[in-house]
Design a protein around this ligand. Structure first.
Ligand SMILES: Nc1nc2c(c(=O)[nH]1)N[C@H]1C(S)=C(S)[C@@H](COP(=O)(O)O)O[C@H]1N2
Ligand SMILES: [Mo]
Length: 409
């Protein structure tokens, strides 16, 4: 056994904590062994601290929270249930921020512009749309071998009603040059290291996608200022593509004459192998491609998993389904582990890129344990698989079926 040397142990811990904190700890010598700095302790924050309901905290530096499926039962996700995905450290936005906030449009445009939020509100047509946003890493938890990063299960998805102006209107006002091929988005959050030269994340989209009239530069969620953690006072919402395209705390959009190469655009970030690879295979960068439209997916939001019903009692199963740039054509359910399937009633989207609601009556005729499985199919015939599809190094695009446990008693 090594001789016990408390001073040395404490210093070592202090040094590794300092690296994790991105800041020196001047009083590290007094930090009791085993005490985790509050900034790093998992239970030092609760979802309620950020105005959120019972969201699961996946990490608190950066802060990431996902929503359990049964809390996503609302047709329009309340702000208190909208997941949070941060790559860096959110800015400290004061209440005066709405007046002092500026958005710059530059790069391959005829007239670079800097706009206040008041300019956006008065010079462009305000638009309100229900738009779904899903993190590219939603479902990462279920890949094998696993990938590093937030272990999202099913809850990095939401559909809120956003108010803002069309990204296309603003870009057109600046005059999109023929040389523009890609957008580059910048926000006011800081890189985890605290290095002001580094962006926490800066992604973009091809011009054709950027000009879709459903993309918004938004200042409101569900008719109110959006939560700080969801991008207040201004963010992009580019639905149907990985949530990472939807820059929060938006300060600048640069049009580029080439594919953007900002933070988390390259390597294995938000990129997947061009061709299928065996799980665990290292994939060279040149064999990877940028994720575009998200795949078809659905969620069972009622009942909650673990629910109990009386034998012979009818209950309603319901949820939502979405399909990236496409629409959902059908949602099927199974209560016999996929042996047989029946169709759920499926609504049309309220507007393009809103998730679609589905429902079906279910009844069990014998007591025991059941599972309800749901699978959606898009308008091009793609269907959700029962297990994680297409292994990739960072665990993106897992659109496997959602299933819940139900007991008949
Ligand atoms: N400025 C900034 N924008 C960002 C991020 C970020 O870390 N910083 N995260 C992105 C990712 S990966 C996702 S999935 C969505 C999540 O949006 P939400 O936190 O409002 O749910 O925001 C995107 N926009
Ligand atoms: Mo994401």
């Amino acid at each position: 056994m090594a001789p016990h040397n408390p001073t040395r142990r404490t210093l070592l811990k202090g040094a590794s904590f300092a690296a994790a904190l991105g800041a020196p700890i001047p009083f590290a010598r007094f930090l009791p062994a085993g005490l985790i700095p509050a900034a790093l302790a998992q239970d030092s924050v609760s979802a309620a601290d950020f105005g959120k309901d019972e969201l699961a905290i996946l990490g608190d530096r950066p802060l990431n929270m996902e929503t359990p499926p049964h809390l996503l039962d609302d047709r329009v996700t309340p702000a208190s249930r909208f997941f949070v995905r941060n790559n860096g450290l959110p800015p400290d936005v004061s209440t005066a921020a709405e007046e002092s906030w500026r958005l710059t449009i530059d790069g391959e445009v005829d007239n670079a512009m800097t706009l206040s939020i008041a300019d956006l509100k008065t010079r462009f047509e305000p638009v309100t749309l229900q738009l779904q946003l899903e993190c590219g890493g939603n479902g990462r938890r279920f890949f094998a071998p696993g990938a590093s990063g937030n272990q999202w299960t099913f809850g990095a998805i939401a559909c809120a009603e956003w108010t803002g102006v069309r990204l296309a209107d603003v870009l057109n006002a600046a005059g999109v040059k023929n040389s523009a091929v890609y957008t580059a988005h910048y926000g006011a959050d800081a890189h985890l290291s605290g290095d002001p030269e580094k962006d926490a994340i800066s992604r973009g989209a091809p011009i054709a996608k950027a000009m879709d009239p459903h993309n918004l530069i938004a200042w409101a969620m569900n008719g109110e200022a959006m939560p700080l953690m969801n991008g207040h006072p201004l963010r992009l919402v580019i639905p149907g593509w990985p949530g990472s395209c939807s820059q929060k705390w938006l300060t600048k959009i640069t049009l580029r004459d080439r594919v953007h190469d900002g933070a988390k655009m390259t390597g294995s970030s938000y990129r997947v192998p061009k061709n299928p690879v065996a799980p665990g295979t290292p994939v060279p960068d040149e064999d990877m491609q940028i994720i575009e439209s998200m795949p078809v997916k659905s969620l069972i939001t009622a009942p909650a998993t673990g629910a109990r019903f009386t034998v012979g009692e009818d209950f309603e199963a319901r949820g939502h389904a979405w399909a990236g740039d496409l629409d959902v054509a059908a949602v099927d359910l199974s209560i016999d582990f996929g042996a047989t399937w029946f169709a759920a009633a499926l609504d049309r989207p309220v507007n393009k890129y809103a998730w679609q609601h589905w429902r079906a009556p279910i009844r069990f005729d014998a007591p025991g344990y059941y599972e309800v499985w749901a699978r959606a199919r898009d308008t091009e015939g793609h269907m959700q698989p029962p297990l994680p599809p297409g292994w990739n190094p960072k665990g993106y695009l897992n659109n496997m079926m959602h299933r819940i446990a139900v007991f008949a008693v």
